[in-house]
Design a protein around this ligand. Structure first.
Ligand SMILES: *Cc1c(COP(=O)(O)O)cnc(C)c1O
Length: 234
């Protein structure tokens, strides 16, 4: 068995164990394989072993990879998630090529994605990125501004607002990892209580997926634990 396939099985086991420990059904939790910095061959290998959802951070790298995966394995039907920061000069390429965008934190970016989404592709799925650790340098909307942004985006015709996403400050202690994820869960519930139909809580990465699942994550974004250590970060 290849390392990627063995790693995917190990991650699936971590998800199942984390879900079981809080009496959740693991089927509620989507594994997003984050393939940034890894080639089309790695994506095809994971996909042939049953993985369907892939996350990418860099537009140009992603679009080239999608074309290469289509050449390598035209039979595979994959779902592509853009999880990096969205620059306004990249919105058209993102709207044309991706199924999901996880890091929307401004009306202007959302409006461009909606305007530029080809209608033949159906609505573009959106998560709002929340600045849950309150770090000045990090992107994401502040929690107290999330409801207003969600309401504006929910009105945009070519977007489907699915939920919230966060990248909390890195933290190795599992108990401390839970605090920002708990605040995310509370915000998610508060927005749902206002009648908005959110179904996705995108949180948890290789180092903290257990804490995220304990606090209700419905989608975990896993790179290193599947593909290995990245050689470079742009
Ligand atoms: C790179 C990245 C991940 C994956 O992180 P790992 O620690 O390698 O699992 C998840 N989410 C976002 C937004 C990323 O940029």
């Amino acid at each position: 068995m290849s390392a990627i396939v063995a790693n995917m099985q190990a991650v699936q086991r971590r998800i199942a164990d984390a879900a079981a420990s809080v009496l959740r059904d693991p089927a509620e939790i989507t594994l997003l394989a984050v393939s940034k910095n890894f080639p089309a061959e790695a994506v095809a290998e994971a996909a042939r072993a049953g993985q369907t959802a892939f996350g990418e951070n860099y537009v140009q790298e992603a679009v080239e990879k999608m074309a290469n995966v289509r050449m390598l394995a035209p039979e595979l039907l994959l779902e592509w998630h853009f999880i990096g920061p969205v620059q306004s000069n990249k919105t058209r390429t993102i709207a044309e090529n991706f199924d999901w965008v996880h890091a929307v934190d401004r009306v202007k970016i959302a409006q461009r994605l909606s305007d530029q989404r080809p209608s033949a592709k159906g609505k573009l799925n959106i998560c709002l990125q929340i600045n849950i650790s309150g770090e000045a340098s990090k992107s994401g909307v502040m929690p107290n501004e999330a409801v207003a942004l969600a309401q504006e985006i929910a009105r945009m015709p070519h977007l489907c607002l699915r939920g919230l996403m966060a990248i909390p400050e890195a933290q190795s202690d599992p108990v401390r990892q839970r605090a920002p994820f708990q605040r995310m869960r509370e915000l998610f519930e508060a927005i749902r209580t206002k009648g908005m139909h959110l179904d996705t809580l995108s949180m948890g990465m290789s180092g903290d997926l257990e804490a995220a699942i304990a606090e209700g994550a419905t989608l975990v974004r896993i790179g290193t634990a599947i593909f290995g250590k990245r050689n470079y970060e742009k």
